[in-house]
Design a protein around this ligand. Structure first.
Ligand SMILES: C[N+](C)(C)CCCC[C@H](N)C(=O)O
Length: 246
């Protein structure tokens, strides 16, 4: 934090933020929409009936994995742009100095499209899919399990329960996702560094060889600290909005 602040001032912390904001609504509606509809297809109970007839954890896991798998393709280009912009750590442009490689998210997207082709925008998408498919299953299982444990039979969980269960769901899911998150980000950056990996496995092996196993836990603390508030609010909004519209 100190380095980022010294080097890039407060603005450095908000690098690559406009695109995630634009994408979060789309990505979360795909994720929660597919999760809920897969659960409906598997159990034939709607969201309102789910408290009285709770679905099995196997069904929750399958629905979460399906949601995670499909949202990864919507997330991939936005996530790539975020990673590329966040890794651009030159100090803010002084007069006369060369402009940064990417001037902003739209410029970043068009540059990747021109330099790396349309498929370039999906660089790292496979690693992202591998990261999100099982960990989104874990995400929803943790949430439902914690809500179930702290709510009397047949009742809706309280707001406090939703916040805490959502927060822990985010942490559990991020802890399990971190090793593949590291690989995903490296593959997304590889297109830029001309240091292309031959695939996910090649990236895993070469990262472990060069930097040891600790590399797979890089960012774990900050990811978990961020995950609690973000996912507490995500689940509270989800429950609240469904309740409002039913
Ligand atoms: C599956 N994985 C751990 C990657 C994400 C789980 C939580 C997703 C949430 N939108 C967030 O940004 O925290």
């Amino acid at each position: 934090m100190v380095k980022t602040y010294r080097h890039e001032s407060l603005l450095g912390f908000f690098k690559g933020m406009s695109f995630p904001i634009a994408s979060i609504a789309v990505v979360n509606s795909v994720l929660f929409g597919i999760y809920s509809n897969t659960l409906l297809a598997l159990t034939a109970t709607s969201h309102q009936e789910r408290r009285a007839q709770p679905p099995s954890y196997t069904h929750i896991f399958i629905a979460g994995c399906t949601g995670g798998f499909l949202q990864a393709y919507f997330l991939a280009p936005f996530d790539l742009i975020k990673v590329r912009l966040q890794n651009q750590t030159e100090p803010r442009a002084k007069p006369g100095s060369p402009p940064p490689r990417y001037r902003g998210p739209v410029h970043c997207a068009t540059s990747i499209f021109q330099e790396e082709g349309p498929r370039g925008l999906f660089r790292g998408a496979w690693a992202l899919t591998l990261r999100d498919t099982p960990t989104m299953g874990i995400y929803f299982i943790t949430y439902e399990c914690l809500c179930h444990q702290s709510t009397p039979e047949g009742q809706n969980p309280s707001s406090a329960t939703v916040l805490v269960a959502g927060g822990f769901a985010g942490i559990t899911s991020w802890v399990t996702a971190t090793p593949l998150d590291v690989i995903k980000s490296r593959m997304q950056m590889a297109g830029l560094n001309q240091r292309a990996h031959r695939g996910v496995l090649d990236c895993i092996v070469s990262s472990a060889r060069q930097e040891g196993l600790g590399v797979f836990f890089r960012g774990l603390t900050i990811n978990s600290a961020r995950a609690f508030p973000v996912n507490a609010v995500t689940f509270l909004s989800y429950e609240y909005l469904l309740h409002l519209w039913q």
